[in-house]
Design a protein around this ligand. Structure first.
Ligand code: SF4
Length: 576
């Protein structure tokens, strides 16, 4: 067995309260590494690609990685992998911190959960021993309260991943939360909720040895030192929102349900403005030396971790410039366990339908912070209009009709993140072909748009290979697992990743092997999607992006022919 691994996963059937340890061979671990890679491999092995993701038999995988528990900066992460109830396709989302370390210390490289327990329960894994306990006292509790309550009941050395009310109500974009961070996209919280599992509590003592402990210490020190350098300065200083005003200048800040790429009041949501008017603290995930998290004060309502994606989705996308309302909306999403991007995207879409007279909810207006907050609470409880919006914009469009699907802001059902595809056309390709739908974490193609490799408003087929490279790199980082914000620190990305793995596992892994590993993981996701019913017509963007230029920047137009050509070239280069 390689160092850094336990060589098995824990498979728990909550219907019958049983668990078993299933061996994981060295060959499989070397082929898929951990995180998203091992998660999708286990999902394929479970052979449930055609199952309803909210059915008891649908598996939900928590996958750790060889680096978890090591002193390598940003490595305390885990992946949650399942079929998405929002897209009906593969979903892998990542989160950070102590749950990853404590979960791996239970003596396993992954946890697979199937079944459905009759009453709301918590799965307790104590050093590998599994039991179910009642969680009915936490029904309706926020993620944070659930975590605090369970640690008070079970002991402070437990780490908890939990769902909020949105997960209990099977909102299709509910998250799984740990320590204020979320495995956010695609509705893994609804999958856990469908199993009647409110939380998973883990603690353990089983530590894996490292292949070359001295080299590991030296590399960890060097990486930590480098992580303080200029490549990460912007994240430390202003957090992920650092580029909000730049995006606005480039006409790439999605506004009023993608009807514009510029938001006149963007300054009021910028981190520069927020920092000058509010108290702010910085924080970081466990075992991270970068610390990109910026927590802004909401006065007597506490604080909220502010990310670019939340500011865009709940701010400019809904036309809301009142920073109090946007920050409070982000906080409510955290409490309820809602993905802010899908919540904002679905609400913004509904606002446009109201504007067009296709939805009789006159209170739901662009620009209204009160409407935004009301809609979020209704979604979390699946009450009134919230019961419809809890289904995500694609399903809402099918109910509303009027061909509104042409401007529902989604790909494969997953709401589009804060990168205007007409202004960032390599990213447009990344969104169109993404295995889990429109996503900026599985494809970093926006980096290509902001480089001198392409003309971002008129990309050619030459952009395709660059887009593929960013997708492959993301697959590697999500499987090793390291934080994406570390990539700028690595001078020779694949060689340094290979070094990390060699030192941790003892494998004589090379940069070229990792390039192939990344492609294998991307292909495995596609294989799952093919089994789940994927068709070529899914690799596209909503019609709005292919027929309507950006009003403030008519040169930013993307035709169907151009996107189809890019997608066809992508498939050709992938060998699909
Ligand atoms: S850089 Fe930010 S997201 Fe990444 S591990 Fe550190 S604190 Fe977490």
């Amino acid at each position: 067995m390689a160092f850094g691994y336990h060589g098995c996963y824990l498979r728990i059937d909550v219907s019958i309260a049983t668990s078993e340890r299933v061996p994981l061979s060295d060959a499989v671990l070397r082929q898929f590494l951990g995180g998203s890679g091992v998660g999708v491999k286990l999902l394929l092995d479970e052979n449930r690609a055609t199952a309803d993701p909210l059915a008891p038999e649908a598996p939900l995988v928590f996958a750790f990685s060889p680096l978890v528990g090591s002193p390598l900066t940003t490595s305390a992460k885990f992946a949650v992998v399942s079929k998405s109830p929002l897209t009906q396709r593969i979903n892998d989302s990542l989160a950070s911190s102590g749950f990853a370390i404590a979960g791996k210390r239970c003596g396993c490289d992954a946890i697979v959960i199937v079944g459905r327990v009759p009453d709301l329960s918590v799965v307790v894994i104590d050093d590998g021993e599994v039991r179910l306990e009642s969680a009915t006292e936490f029904r309706g509790a926020t993620c944070r309260d659930t975590e605090a309550g369970l640690r008070a009941r079970l002991g402070k050395d437990y780490r908890i991943a939990s769902i909020g009310p949105a997960g209990e109500h099977l909102v299709r974009y509910a998250t799984i939360s740990h320590d204020g961070r979320h495995a956010g996209r695609g509705g893994s919280g609804a999958v856990l909720g469908s199993k009647n599992v409110k939380a998973i509590a883990v603690r353990g003592s089983r530590i894996t040895p490292w292949a070359s402990p001295k080299e590991l210490t030296a590399l960890s020190k060097s990486l930590s030192k480098r992580s303080f350098g200029p490549a990460t300065a912007k994240y430390r200083e202003l957090g992920t929102a650092t580029n909000l005003l730049t995006f606005n200048r480039f006409g790439a800040l999605p506004t009023r349900n993608f009807q514009s790429g510029t938001f006149d009041e963007a300054a009021s949501l910028s981190p520069e403005q927020l920092s000058s008017t509010r108290a702010k603290t910085r924080a970081s995930c466990m075992a991270c030396t970068i610390g990109c998290e910026h927590i802004y004060s909401l006065g007597q309502n506490g604080g909220v971790r502010v990310e670019y994606e939340s500011l865009f989705a709940l701010g400019s996308l809904c036309g809301v410039s009142d920073s109090d309302a946007v920050l409070r909306a982000s906080q409510r999403c955290d409490e309820l366990g809602l993905d802010t991007i899908s919540a904002g995207g679905t609400i913004a879409f509904a606002m446009e339908c109201v504007e067009r007279g296709w939805l009789s909810e006159p209170w739901l207006k662009f620009g209204s912070g009160d409407a935004l907050l009301r809609a979020i609470d209704l979604i979390g409880a699946r009450e009134g209009l919230g019961n419809l919006l809890a289904e995500g914009s694609r399903r809402v469009a099918h109910v509303i009709g009027h061909n509104s699907i042409t401007f529902a802001p989604q790909v494969k059902g997953l709401e589009i993140p804060g990168y205007e595809p007409r202004a960032l056309q390599t990213m447009a390709l990344g969104f169109a072909v993404g295995a889990r739908g429109a996503d900026h974490n599985r494809s970093g193609a926006y980096e290509v748009d902001f480089s001198d490799k392409v003309d971002r408003r008129h990309v050619t087929l030459d952009a395709v290979r660059h887009a593929i490279q960013t997708e492959d790199k993301a697959a590697l980082m999500d499987s090793m697992i390291i934080c994406k914000f570390l990539r700028g620190v690595l001078e020779d990305f694949h060689a340094e990743c290979a070094d990390m793995l060699r030192i941790v596992t003892g494998w004589d892994v090379s940069a070229d092997e990792l390039r192939q590993t990344a492609k294998r993981i991307v292909s495995a996701k596609r294989q799952f999607n093919l089994l789940a019913g994927w068709t070529p017509a899914e690799d596209t963007l909503p019609e709005r992006f292919l027929t309507t230029p950006l009003p403030n920047d008519p040169a930013a137009s993307l035709s169907r022919d151009r996107l189809d050509g890019l997608v066809a070239e992508y498939h050709r280069q992938r060998g699909w």
